[in-house]
Design a protein around this ligand. Sequence first.
Ligand SMILES: *Cc1c(COP(=O)(O)O)cnc(C)c1O
Length: 370
Amino acid sequence: MEDDSKITEILDNLYKEMENKNDTYIGFPNSRLYDHGELSRFLKFPINNIGDPYQPNHGINTCVFEQEVLDFFINLFHLDRADSWGYITNGGTEGNISGLYQGREIYPEGILYFSEDSHYSLPKIAKLLKITSEIIPSLENGEIDYDMFKKRIIKNRAKPVIVNSNIGTTMKGAIDNVENIIEIIKSLNITDYYIHCDAALSGGILPFLKAAPVFDFRIPIASISVSGHKFFGAPIPCGILITRKSIRHVFKSTPSYMGSIDTTISGSRDGFSVLVLWHTINRYGWDGFKKMVDEAFELRDYTLKELQTIGRKAWANPHSTTIVLDNPGNYIVNKWQLASTPEIAHVIILPGVTKRIINNFITDLKTIKQ
Ligand SMILES: *Cc1c(COP(=O)(O)O)cnc(C)c1O
């Protein structure tokens, strides 16, 4: 066992290391909105939202707050409250699992379609759920190739269609046009289909943009998964899964010993991040988020211009603040914590990334060029 002063020293060092990294953190999609320390007093309680958020368990929980968080997203995604269900997950991946699990339960014979630019969790989820899947090539900008999608459905015509559409791909921020996808399915007279939207990052951005592609419950989609630690800046990974209640009749609710019912993928669930999301939503609200999105797009345009001025190839999809550039080499990729492939890397402009940080990045890029 270490003595107290040694433990403090170790933690102080870790804190400094994190503070330093925070200043060159432009490659991952996490907003840094505020110091959530205000909520730290709740950390002494064994908060557990185990079970269904709409049937709070007997223990210490934040299920009522969870319902309010869900309400915010139900409104944001234009779902009728009476026909809504959802829960706070451990992250975007769990939301994808939950949404696609539901799709498979409704259509056990269905085939899962997703593009090659989908998140790496998709092949894993297909395996986990034992769903036959078809990986569709992507267009250059990262969207699904609609013609190839149509061809593959025709090939499997007798089978129900389960689609994972990307609302902001991880690398290029590309948004699959869900209205197109539905159009294609309907044009083939297929009525058995389930569309899940993986909106991990952009689910927090598109609702605040004018003339953005529609991916929500105004059109016949079934479920949406969003990450809570991306645009919404929770310091602990979490996510939001929203779906139509009316399609959940395939599930029999199993009572659990906690006095709730077992409707989620995880058992015990984090109630603290629910509190963080609730706090964030109540602090900023729709107008606050809208302002953040506008500012992020302003800084995105500035960054694109600066990158192009110094001769870098850089571009972004129209409704995304993910800037794609040619891979600038290991030094920059490591220092600025950029997600990268051998060819490309990306910078993501979100609250917490400032003009000062971008200027430092540009200076660095200029320096390594010589
Ligand atoms: C980040 C991301 C996910 C996974 O989200 P986690 O919260 O890390 O589980 C899923 N899909 C896309 C497109 C993502 O960018």
